[in-house]
Design a protein around this ligand. Structure first.
Ligand code: FES
Length: 116
């Protein structure tokens, strides 16, 4: 299955028997958080915009019923059943945004110069 991360336009492949987070981690993107991989920390929240998937139980502490109704899931708790389009949400969205900004700077760290 092909997964598209709409935030960056990047795609990655995912096997039917592995989580979407597992595939996302293979992108090797700097700063993408890979937390507990078991639904316990909530850092891998995404919104599935299109496509079919299987999901395992998710804690309401991390995905409310309202969020789930809008397509929010934990990437570590879903497996694609076809091509998916997803958007990062919450902490994952912040990490993706930081990665995009870092790439726009040519991979250079910016900020105040260190005092001599
Ligand atoms: S990695 Fe912790 S909830 Fe998904």
């Amino acid at each position: 299955m092909r997964i598209t991360l709409l935030d960056t336009g990047e795609c990655f492949d995912c096997h039917a028997d592995e989580s979407v987070l597992h595939g996302l981690a293979r992108l090797g993107k700097r700063g993408i958080p890979v937390g507990c991989r078991g639904g316990g920390c909530g850092v891998c929240k995404v919104e599935v915009v299109s496509g079919a998937f299987r999901k395992k139980a998710m804690s309401r502490a991390h995905v409310s019923a309202e969020e789930e109704a809008r397509g929010a899931v934990l990437a570590c708790r879903i497996c694609a059943e076809g091509d998916l389009q997803v958007k990062a949400v919450g902490k994952l969205q912040q990490a993706v945004q930081r990665t995009i900004e870092w790439q726009c700077r040519g991979g250079q760290r910016t900020g105040p110069a260190k005092a001599a």
